[in-house]
Design a binder for this molecule. Structure first.
Ligand code: ADP
Length: 249
């Protein structure tokens, strides 16, 4: 029997369909959540299963309780742990950065959750900070990541709130600083926030990075620098929650 995992996030809805008799991903989809998470979740589930919904469906993510067709729901912490551990059996710590929250998850040897720490209060440690910078400078997220990689000199960003950080960034540009150094500084400031979560769970390597922001190579570099350890992007990082949900469906 095939299994379907659906991750209803604040920014995107992800759905993953697994092969009948293995844990391989047969098809997947990522859609912007938009204003109607229930409708988006239905569309994602139907599209990924070609209109033929399997009976074993598990929902996760902040909207997991609203998926009407799911037979169970499991927190994204457990699902990211299951997904990353299945893809990367040596993983010891997961860093998950999504659109509006970020987490550090410490795993035990079997992929169970030993401890986790989460920030869902402050945008400055999440993807939404990078999204607003991209919009402000009319860059794509890929261009934001490239700019970060072009700089060896991340400028310190002192503001503790995204709204103030945006005006600080404009101030730095007006003073003649290089945009790449400013954007690299923003990545470093996010990494510094994540390092507090990592310390809270007594993180250790190997560290895998999941969530949509793990597609940003600049963020991978900034985190590796900040944590003084190699941080690797999980395979299909943005799908890890939905993949874990499908495994547990
Ligand atoms: P959530 O589960 O909270 O809805 P996701 O894990 O889907 O969030 O992550 C969404 C975030 O991922 C976006 O806010 C964006 O910053 C980032 N993102 C998505 N695609 C890319 C990309 N190609 N490059 C860089 N960042 C990306």
């Amino acid at each position: 029997m095939s299994r379907l995992g659906i991750d209803i996030g604040s920014t995107t809805v992800k759905a993953v369909l697994l092969n009948d008799d293995s844990d391989e991903i047969v098809s997947s989809i990522i859609l912007p959540t938009g204003n109607s998470p229930v409708e988006t979740a239905k569309t994602a589930a139907l599209k990924v299963s070609d209109g033929d919904l399997p009976t074993d469906i598990c929902a996760t993510g902040y909207g997991r309780k609203i998926a009407p067709f799911a037979i169970k729901d499991i927190t994204e912490i457990t699902c990211h742990a299951a997904g990353v551990k299945a893809m990367h059996p040596n993983a010891a710590t997961i860093i998950d950065i999504g659109g509006q929250d970020s987490k550090a998850i410490r795993l035990d040897a079997r992929g169970g959750v030993l401890d986790f720490a989460m920030n869902d209060k402050c945008a400055a440690g999440t993807g939404s900070f990078l999204d607003s910078i991209a919009r402000r400078f009319e860059l794509t997220l890929e261009q934001v990541a490239q700019k970060c990689l072009q700089s060896d000199n991340p400028l310190p960003i002192s503001a503790t709130c995204v709204v103030f950080a945006e005006s600080e960034v404009i101030g730095l540009l007006t003073q003649g600083h290089d945009l790449a150094d400013i954007i690299s500084g923003i990545h470093a400031s996010i990494a510094a926030r994540i390092s507090r979560l990592y310390a809270q769970v007594q993180g250790c390597g190997p560290v895998y990075f999941s969530g949509g922001v793990a597609k940003n190579e600049g963020m991978i570099l900034a985190l590796s620098r900040e944590l003084s350890t190699e941080v690797k992007a999980a395979h299909e990082p943005q799908l890890m929650g939905a993949y874990g949900a499908a495994l547990l469906a």
